[in-house]
Write a protein that binds this ligand. Structure first.
Ligand SMILES: Nc1nc2c(c(=O)[nH]1)N[C@H]1C(S)=C(S)[C@@H](COP(=O)(O)OP(=O)(O)OC[C@H]3O[C@@H](n4cnc5c(=O)[nH]c(N)nc54)[C@H](O)[C@@H]3O)O[C@H]1N2
Ligand SMILES: Nc1nc2c(c(=O)[nH]1)N[C@H]1C(S)=C(S)[C@@H](COP(=O)(O)OP(=O)(O)OC[C@H]3O[C@@H](n4cnc5c(=O)[nH]c(N)nc54)[C@H](O)[C@@H]3O)O[C@H]1N2
Ligand SMILES: [Mo]
Length: 742
């Protein structure tokens, strides 16, 4: 044991794969990680770990891990790759990408990422250094993850906000300024399972232990819904109507926060008028939630002294997800639950640090309007969707894939894919995506394992590092943290190292101010007054001190706005339930409701043919999306993909528990093991996404069984959102069940 060393770092990205942020202790012996344990001194995670972190040794040292750059030698899909040196890999990427740029323009390369890992920084650095505006979560229909929620909050409050579980205070629950929310609405989020978006599920449990009551909005029964005071078990995708109905109750009963509305809310009269279209009986009919439950929940939320809402990706995946998020944000605004202890706490990147200037706002600040103008001229979808243009520098994913197909208005010829498995999990209508992407001239995938996307498409594969193998910084809300490299596996490099090298090749002038990566971290960290080394010396994390980055009541103290006047960072300085930003972007300034594109109302004939509503992708603690199926400790706990079926439904279809069946609709069918379960209503089924079987042959057409098991083969696109953001049909597709003929 004598030579064992312990290194503290932050878990984020490869390994657990997650949105991360928890403090971990890495035990290293003879240059290898031998054990990992939660860091009990870390203010966010307080020593906790999830199964994916605990299985990390199996992940890092897995026999199938890719540990050198690879070059494809056979035809695409044949699965033949040979190891090459980093020099050859970098040179090849540089040459092939420059060829595309010379022939078609830089915009003909797209830079595709998956969810919010440590990637927004490295990938935009590379994308903009190459000169392309097309940074995109490719395949994620409607960019229906987080972006709609962020957009709505930005429009209403000018800032983002999250449920206050004391996470912005170093002393946490012991801090005298904090009070527990009387009520937390968990709205389409099972945070105890997924710890999504810089929020930890155990915080909600900690609050419950301190008196918080839960109102759960979820079509399924979960651990959390079973402990709620009200479970609003709505029909999937009808959240917008529910929120508008709750607003109707709160406004018409006069139980909103009158003083706050008077002083701080812009457009209340217009909102009041709008919600009259949503009397509770109508909403009950749309959502299938009994009217008295809607009324009781609305009253409990509004009458609480302080109350919070913690919401999840199903909100974004509703049709017009941005508007659904807008409606829910209005609930917070009119009850005065913003910027107060135990309410919705304004969340800004820690100490004003961001890992790279990738928000439109910051890019303008740094490089001027010109760059943005130039990028927006070519950004895919910006001409169609003003919000794509003005809010976040994404290209619109559904439009990108159509453009890869059509070549109009300009051809797309290459893709740099980093942290995403487009074919195995991220993309709706996965086969359509594969067929389109096969047309690309050059595809790079930066990943850790082979998967259906690497097999089907990659010309070059670059091996990425897990979190104990990398240096980085993280400022997703608080605390500001550093990640410290303490081991090396094979020749793997971090996404930062890879993209830093490539960005220098494409943009030597712009990148020359940073000799090495750490110089860039130091520059980014400047607002915090710390260098990368300082941050590490003080234990790897820093909580915010009083000012614009620490709660509460910052709007009253003039700490939010750049002009230092009291108020929110909106045009009116108020919480804009009637959003001037939306209006300017040609969108409805008030929240509205859109029926799911497939339903008894929208498509009665289809509903007869496919009577079941298929909810997909409720998270499991064992896997992150399409990852981890090759990790023995995790797979052992869930060997087979299953579908939850209500006993009445199973009886109707003559299906027994454990039987392999097909889930089917006009797009095709995939296999699932039946799990008879009271978690779902008789009218609905639920199954997880991201299934492919690493133990099956990887070459095309098998692609690890992806077409037998990947649910997104039968999840349609395109999206359904006037803003361009929201409305992937991941939670609302219709299907039926059928027997597998032996
Ligand atoms: N372990 C693990 N953690 C993860 C992930 C993972 O794959 N594995 N993924 C990460 C990512 S990228 C994300 S976006 C988050 C997602 O995590 P969450 O935001 O929690 O979203 P889901 O797990 O999809 O669904 C949460 C709950 O919403 C319910 N639901 C389904 N459809 C609807 C609907 O139409 N309306 C309402 N109100 N509820 C509905 C589901 O039944 C489920 O219980 O998790 C992140 N964390
Ligand atoms: N049916 C259905 N489909 C869904 C959803 C759903 O609810 N239902 N949810 C959607 C949502 S919300 C999202 S965000 C997307 C997520 O989609 P993705 O983010 O694409 O999800 P993953 O399957 O985890 O693929 C990530 C890939 O990146 C690799 N990877 C992990 N960490 C790192 C890293 O640090 N560096 C590099 N270079 N590679 C890394 C992994 O090995 C894996 O191959 O999926 C969407 N797909
Ligand atoms: Mo997501």
């Amino acid at each position: 044991m004598s030579d064992m060393t312990i290194h503290k770092t932050t878990a984020w990205s490869a390994g657990p794969g997650c949105h991360g942020g928890c403090g971990q202790k890495i035990f290293v012996k003879d240059g290898k990680m031998v054990k990992i344990e939660g860091d009990e001194t870390h203010p966010w995670s307080q020593g906790r770990s999830c199964p994916k972190v605990l299985a990390l040794t199996q992940y890092m040292y897995h026999k199938d891990r890719i540990t050198t750059p690879l070059k494809r030698v056979g035809a695409r899909g044949e699965g033949k790759f040979v190891p090459i040196s980093w020099d050859e890999a970098f040179d090849t990427c540089e040459k092939r990408m420059n060829d595309i740029k010379a022939q078609y323009g830089a915009e003909s390369m797209v830079f595709a990422q998956g969810t919010g890992r440590d990637i927004g920084g490295p990938i935009t650095m590379l994308c903009y250094s190459f000169g392309s505006p097309n940074w995109v979560q490719l395949g994620l229909s409607g960019h229906s993850c987080y972006t709609p929620r962020l957009g709505a909050m930005k429009a209403v409050f000018g800032d983002f906000a999250v449920a206050d579980c004391s996470q912005f205070l170093e002393k946490r629950y012991e801090d005298p300024e904090w009070v527990a929310p009387e009520v937390i609405i968990t709205w389409g989020q099972d945070s105890t399972t997924g710890c999504p978006d810089g929020f930890y599920g155990h915080w909600i449990v900690d609050c419950m232990k301190r008196g918080t009551k839960i109102i759960a909005v979820d079509p399924r029964n979960t651990w959390l819904t079973s402990r709620s005071v009200h479970h609003l078990q709505l029909r999937p995708g009808t959240d917008g109507a529910l929120a508008l109905g709750m607003l109707n109750v709160i406004i018409n009963e006069g139980i909103y926060d009158k003083a706050f509305v008077e002083k701080w809310v812009h457009g209340f009269a217009e909102l009041k008028e709008r919600v009259q279209q949503f009397p509770v009986e109508r909403v009950a009919a749309i959502t299938e939630v009994p009217a008295e439950v809607i009324v009781a929940a609305a009253r409990q939320f509004a009458n609480a002294k302080q109350a919070a809402i913690q919401w999840g990706v199903p909100v974004d995946m509703c049709p017009d997800g941005t508007s659904v998020a807008h409606a829910i944000t209005c609930l917070t605004a009119i009850t005065g639950n913003i910027d107060i202890p135990g309410g919705q706490v304004i969340a800004r990147p820690s100490n004003g640090v961001t890992s790279y200037p990738f928000s439109t706002e910051e890019l303008i600040k740094l490089y001027g309007e010109d760059l943005i103008k130039r990028l927006n001229e070519k950004r895919v979808g910006a001409d169609i969707y003003p919000m794509v243009k003005n809010f976040r520098g994404w290209a619109q994913p559904d439009v990108v894939i159509d453009q890869i197909n059509s070549g109009k208005p300009y051809p797309i010829k290459g893709a740099w894919i980093q942290t995403c498995n487009i074919i195995g999990g991220q993309a709706a209508r996965a086969e359509f995506h594969l067929e389109a992407m096969k047309k690309l001239d050059f595809v790079v995938v930066v990943d850790l394992f082979h998967n259906p996307t690497t097999m089907a498409l990659a010309d070059i594969i670059l091996p990425a590092a897990t979190f104990p193998e990398k240096d980085s910084i993280r400022s997703w809300w608080v605390p500001l943290t550093s990640m410290k490299k303490c081991v090396q596996v094979g020749e793997c490099k971090s996404d930062w190292e890879i993209n830093f090298e490539m960005a220098k090749r494409f943009n030597p002038d712009g990148m020359k101010r940073w000799g090495k990566l750490e110089d860039m971290f130091d520059e980014r960290l400047k607002p915090s007054g710390l260098t990368f080394k300082d941050l590490q010396h003080q234990g790897g994390w820093k909580m915010p001190v009083d000012g614009p980055f620490k709660p509460y009541r910052r709007h009253e103290r003039g700490l939010l706005r750049p002009d230092n006047k009291p108020g929110f960072t909106t045009p009116s300085g108020k919480a804009e339930v009637y959003s001037q930003a939306f209006k300017e972007w040609g969108l409805d300034p008030l929240p509205f409701y859109t029926e799911p594109p497939q339903s008894a109302v929208s498509t009665p004939e289809l509903k007869k043919k496919y009577p079941l509503i298929m909810i997909t992708g409720a998270r499991s603690q064992l896997f992150f999306h399409a990852e981890h199926r090759m990790i023995p400790w995790l797979r052992e706990k869930m060997p087979d993909p299953y579908v939850e079926i209500h006993p009445e439904t199973a009886a109707k279809y003559g299906i027994y528990d454990g039987e392999w069946i097909h889930l089917e609709n006009d797009m095709g069918k995939i296999r699932r093991k039946a799990r008879i379960s009271l978690k779902v209503k008789p009218t609905e089924v639920h199954t997880m996404h991201g299934w492919w079987l690493p133990e099956l042959p990887g070459k095309a057409p098998e692609l690890f069984g992806v077409w037998d098991y990947q649910i997104n083969k039968i999840v349609p696109g395109p999206h359904c959102a006037k803003s361009g953001f929201g409305g992937g049909q991941y939670k609302t597709t219709l299907c039926t069940l059928s027997k597998i003929e032996q």
